[in-house]
Ligand binder design. Structure first.
Ligand code: GAP
Length: 451
């Protein structure tokens, strides 16, 4: 397994540009903004919800749809303490927390550059003793609060796959090696959130547990490390902004024999997008011991009974969506029509599968004689592609808006359309324009979008 050399440098200015664009264009809003915002939580706006859905769909497509050996699951978010007792989360899912006695700010000890200096008020030796803080959100099910009614919001989707191992094995006609995939929300009471949607308390994960015969686990670990790294490249992140970093011995969880992170070169430096772990038989053994249920596999061909080992690629959907935005952001100088001077065009060069809208339909003007055919073109395209429709402002401004949304193609209906039944198709990246008959439009766009 090789690491990509750090040939590119992080770009700190990029972060603010992308955060601003997210707010301005409706990707991401601070949650409960009219009440002053709510503690590092975010709402995904009209285009953000499409982007995030596309990230999750692209993951599901390659992890489930295009494979014969992975099936899906959607397990409950609310879960009983027994699950988290068995998984070790009640005891071990903690971060070391320190308080500054001077400014009263709280920090994760392992995130401090200098464990003796408060990064907020710069006081020295002002920290309390570190104490372990459990990151799980606890609440109560039913009308009575208290012991016996305690439940947890899952801090990862993974445990849902382990506790359903037997259900899936018995109903899906799969045998190891096979996987169970799940996409959904997870919750962690992070001490320090930040860097926009990079670390939040409510986020979405895309996880797959791949159950294999024990002797095959090293092979499958290598396989999934390579597969997962390629997935990001295939969906538009430049290879030199990605790397696979193997954990050192002292970073490994006690049950993991190997873990590698897929890292992206964020504006603040290399940071994690996804972890791929060789988890051994830890999870199934723990749940078998705590539940009293057998969670093993009997191979009729060999007469062998074994507890499968697990290789787990675990990615963050919200974090990945942010990485796609950062990697796609571009500014270029383009000529302004009729003037010598150039203007700066901002464009999100998103992969078409990830782009919120695939096509925008734009009547050249708001005139009623153009509106009707433009809406007809929209109706023709909508069953095939996610489309936007926009008839306000000058056409040039509308092209710029679609560039900032990452829309790969704009389709313009003009007065010639009324005579020749054709439209202008503008390419986001090259800005080249083609005249295409309306009747050929779907088949013109489909291969160019690669969908
Ligand atoms: N089941 C293994 C597991 O949950 P993890 O490394 O803790 O492993 C997997 O989480 C991925 O989930 C991370 O690589 C990251 O992309 C995402 N993730 C974890 N905590 C997050 C947070 N607080 N905010 C956003 N994404 C997070």
């Amino acid at each position: 397994m090789s690491e990509a050399p750090a040939t590119v440098a992080p770009d700190p200015a990029l972060f603010d540009k992308v955060v601003n664009l997210c707010k301005r264009r409706g990707f991401v809003f601070p949650s409960a903004e009219i009440y002053g915002g709510f503690r590092s939580t975010y709402d995904y706006g009209p285009v953000g919800v499409l982007l995030l859905r596309n990230v999750k769909d692209a993951w599901w497509r390659s992890m489930v749809q295009l494979r014969h050996d992975v099936v899906g699951l959607d397990a409950a978010i609310l879960s009983p303490p027994a699950i988290w007792e068995a998984s070790g989360h009640l005891k071990n899912f903690t971060d070391p927390l320190v308080d500054c006695r001077v400014c009263r700010e709280r920090f994760r000890l392992d995130h401090l550059d200098d464990a003796e200096v408060c990064p907020n008020c710069k006081s020295e030796h002002s920290f309390t003793e570190a104490r372990q803080f459990n990151l799980m959100f606890r609440t109560y099910a039913g009308p009575v609060e208290g012991a016996g009614a305690e439940v947890y919001l899952r801090p990862e989707t993974a445990q849902g796959m382990f506790v359903n191992f037997r259900n899936v094995l018995e109903t899906s006609r799969r045998r190891p090696p096979f996987g169970i995939a799940q996409v959904g929300k997870s919750f962690r009471n992070e001490i320090t959130t930040g860097n926009f949607v990079f670390r939040t308390r409510e986020f979405e994960q895309m996880e797959m547990e791949f159950f294999v015969p024990p002797v095959e686990s090293a092979k499958w670990y290598e396989y999934w490390c390579a597969e997962r790294l390629s997935w990001y490249v295939d969906h538009g992140i430049p290879a030199d902004e990605l790397r696979l970093r193997a954990h050192d011995e002292d970073e490994l969880s006690h049950y993991s024999s190997a873990t590698s992170d897929v890292e992206y070169l964020f504006p603040w430096g290399w940071d994690e997008l996804e972890g791929i772990a060789n988890r051994g038989d830890f999870d199934l053994t723990q749940h078998a011991n705590h539940s009293g249920e057998k969670l093993d596999y009997f191979d009729q061909a060999t007469g062998e009974r074994y507890v499968p080992h697990v290789v787990e690629p675990a990615a963050g959907a919200t974090r990945t969506a942010m990485a796609f935005l950062l990697a796609a952001y571009d500014e270029e100088e383009v000529a302004r029509e009729g003037q010598g001077k150039g203007e700066v065009r901002t464009v999100l060069r998103l992969h078409p599968r990830i782009a919120p809208y695939k096509v925008a339909v734009l009547p050249l003007s708001k005139k009623p004689e153009l509106q009707a055919p433009a809406l007809e073109v929209l109706g023709l395209l909508q069953p095939h592609f996610m489309c936007d429709y926009d008839e306000t402002q000058a056409i040039g401004r509308r092209y710029r808006r679609q560039d900032e949304l990452g829309t790969p193609f704009c389709v313009t209906v003009d007065f010639d359309t009324l005579d020749d039944g054709a439209v202008t198709v503008r390419d986001r990246d090259s800005m080249a324009q083609d005249r295409v008959p309306i009747e050929d439009l779907v088949e013109h766009l489909r291969p160019r979008l690669g969908l």
